[in-house]
Design a protein around this ligand. Structure first.
Ligand code: SAM
Length: 242
């Protein structure tokens, strides 16, 4: 990533999201100036995406959906497996990022389908095998609606995957990571500026609405903040059959 693009992206992130307009309009205004450099900058910010995709393991013939897919960068982590899927839908509301996703998807015209839609409401025609969200659950206007919608579109036994930033409660459930006072105060404020809402309730809700297959809570470096590590999680669950 060249220095000009890096500075433009940083400036946009420090300036944050505009406060007026619809959710989609705010996302368009935020991402339009950084759409071309989005992938390069996010390689160093959005950790664990490759791990999530490798944990999902959709069977050949699967219908897979990414909610809040942005530029579609994550589909490249599937590698040659993409060609074995029946369908892979990339859903987002942000036009400048969708344009990048369409260019990427052109490599797999028979499989990858780019959809402009709100992930709180998007519903495929039939139940699907695998749904995943990569750093988008924390960015939707109503994360509970988004999560309910993700689970509803899955077939029983289907796979839900989420990777996202978060912070723990002061007293998290047994077995879960506990973050210190500074992390619990600093990260939600830092990310809120860019429309990203960190919430310890995400993990509890994920375990409530699916059977947990995998959960890893990790810390990652952040570009331009060398002394700090941001908490994120990788979650994979299975939709219950009852
Ligand atoms: C941080 S980006 C992550 C993009 C991509 N999943 C990745 O891992 O690079 C969050 C994405 O969620 C999308 N998003 C936020 N709210 C949305 C909504 N209600 N409906 C559809 N997409 C949404 C944004 O437009 C953005 O592309």
């Amino acid at each position: 990533m060249n220095t000009t693009a890096e500075i433009r992206t940083l400036f946009q992130m420090l300036r944050g999201q505009i406060r007026s307009g619809s959710h989609a309009e705010r996302l368009d205004a935020f991402y339009a100036p950084q759409a071309h450099s989005y992938d390069a900058f996010r390689e160093r910010l959005l950790h664990g995406r490759n791990s999530l995709i490798n944990m999902l393991k959709p069977d050949p013939g699967s219908h897979v959906v990414e909610l809040g897919a942005g530029t579609g960068r994550n589909i490249e982590f599937f590698g040659d497996r993409i060609a074995t899927f029946a369908q892979l839908d990339l859903v987002d509301v942000c036009k400048p990022l969708l344009e990048q996703a369409r260019q990427r998807a052109a490599r797999w015209p028979k499989v990858v389908n780019v959809v402009e839609a709100d992930v709180e409401r998007f519903r495929p025609a039939h139940a699907v095998d695998c749904v995943y969200l990569s750093y988008s659950l924390s960015m939707t206007a109503n994360w509970k609606k988004t999560l309910n919608n993700a689970v509803r579109m899955l077939r029983p036994g289907g796979t839900l995957g989420v990777v996202d930033f978060y912070v723990s409660d002061a007293a998290p459930p047994p077995g879960q990571a506990r973050h210190g006072w500074f992390a619990r105060q600093f990260w939600p404020r830092w990310f809120a500026h860019d429309g990203v809402r960190l919430n310890p309730a995400h993990l509890t809700a994920l375990a409530d609405c699916t059977d947990t297959v995998y959960l890893d809570q990790r810390l990652a470096p952040v570009p331009w903040l060398p002394a700090l590590r941001v908490p994120y999680y990788v979650y994979v669950g299975r939709k219950r059959r009852t």
